[in-house]
Design a protein around this ligand. Structure first.
Ligand SMILES: CC/C=C\C/C=C\C/C=C\C/C=C/C(=O)SCCNC(=O)CCNC(=O)[C@H](O)C(C)(C)COP(=O)(O)OP(=O)(O)OC[C@H]1O[C@@H](n2cnc3c(N)ncnc32)[C@H](O)[C@@H]1OP(=O)(O)O
Length: 346
């Protein structure tokens, strides 16, 4: 842990090669979180010493052929880590400088703010894809971060989000919808882009002109009718071109407005230093807010989710121990470890 001049603690996970969460690392995290609270730090930023992995999640070796007592301590220590981090009264942020699967995503979603490095990294709760049901409090951490519907889909599919997906969520509207209609007809002498309103107003003006004979007006209206029907694709394309041009003129970023944010991460950064700076900026937002009021408001806001685990702690531990001790799960862990080893040796 390093505390800067502003009193913000930067806590770096340092368990090579992938910061997998074993008992020792979880205990060290708990002690550090206690220190941050005791020192009355202004806030805490979590990051990783690895250039490519924030955290690979739970250390599978803790669950494979486990010692029963250690396994129980391991799970209770993970629960403690989450209760301390999710329930911390001080501001928390994650500078996610690499992959953050499963437990890595849990750490990130327990913080209040997330900045992830742009690049080929992924983040998400992949447990379902591994045949494991994520416990309620782990699901709650995600549901607390992104909209419920997206959280349900992400959890049930074991979705690992790319950095771009974690920031945004695709929609049919906006620029992507426009792209689906094909390239818009660009401005040219024959068909300058006009809004549908402009076209109709011009036609109406012509028809209402006292110089226009009734039969000519009818012919023109019929021609307009035919034009609207046969050229509807071009008209839509022109309307889109017109809209895009207007947005550009008004400096509105249609790319951003056309996509809804899923919000699993709040911002991206080019490198770790920038990610930490952005996290600091978030924490400094609270400079003028009384810290007691802030902390209590956060805890009240998170209380329901925290209380659920506090009330069901023993049952949650028993469920985990029963699951891990199943021969079928032990078999899957063995296969998964072998697969990871094989991949790392390539
Ligand atoms: C499976 C759990 C079973 C029961 C639990 C029940 C309930 C709990 C439910 C939810 C709570 C959360 C659960 C978890 O967090 S489970 C862990 C899930 N994690 C993953 O699936 C990530 C696996 N790792 C990776 O995908 C990659 O390692 C990663 C993308 C993170 C990094 O890739 P990179 O190419 O940089 O490194 P590798 O070459 O893959 O790995 C290097 C080295 O590290 C070993 N390794 C990787 N991850 C783990 C891990 N989670 N635990 C232990 N060891 C891990 C890997 O085997 C390599 O080892 P070696 O060959 O010896 O060098």
């Amino acid at each position: 842990m390093a505390v800067d001049n502003d009193g913000i603690a930067v806590v770096t996970l340092q368990r090579p090669p992938v910061n997998s969460l074993n008992l020792d690392l979880l205990q060290a995290m708990n002690n550090t979180f206690d220190d941050v609270a005791k020192n009355k730090s202004k806030g805490m930023i979590l990051t990783s010493a690895s250039p490519t992995v924030f955290s690979a999640g739970l250390d599978i070796m803790e669950m494979y052929k486990p010692d029963p007592k250690r396994l129980e301590t391991f799970w209770v220590t993970l629960q403690d880590m989450w209760l301390k981090l999710f329930g911390a009264s001080f501001p928390t942020a994650a500078a996610i400088n690499g992959h953050a699967p499963a437990g890595g995503c849990l750490i990130a979603t327990s913080c209040e703010y997330r900045v992830m490095l742009s690049g080929k990294f992924t983040i998400g709760l992949n447990e379902t894809a591994l045949g494991i049901v994520p416990p309620t409090w782990i699901q709650d951490s995600l549901r607390h971060t992104i909209p419920t519907r997206q959280a349900e889909i992400a959890l049930t599919t074991g979705k690992m989000f790319t950095v771009d997906e974690a920031l945004k969520w695709r929609t049919n509207r906006g620029a992507e919808g426009a792209a689906r209609l094909g390239p818009p007809v660009l401005e040219g002498p024959q068909m300058p882009p006009r809004s549908p309103d402009q076209i109709l107003n011009k036609t109406l003006k012509m028809c209402l002109s006292p110089k226009m004979a009734l039969d000519t007006g009818i012919i023109k209206l019929n021609a307009l009718n035919e034009y609207l029907v046969t050229e509807r694709t071009t008209i839509v394309d022109n309307a889109i071109t017109f809209g895009i041009k207007k947005c550009n003129d008004m400096d509105i970023n249609i790319q951003k407005r056309g996509r809804r944010k899923v919000g699993l991460i709040d911002e991206t950064a080019a490198d770790k230093a920038e990610a930490i700076e952005k996290c600091k900026k978030f924490i400094k937002r609270f400079d003028k807010i009384p810290s007691l009021a802030r902390g209590m408001t956060k805890q009240i806001f998170r209380q329901e989710v925290l209380q659920k685990l506090l009330t069901n702690r023993q049952a949650d531990t028993k469920q985990f121990l029963d699951l891990v001790n199943q021969p079928k799960i032990q078999q899957s862990l063995e296969l998964y470890l072998a697969m990871l080893k094989q991949k790392s040796q390539k």
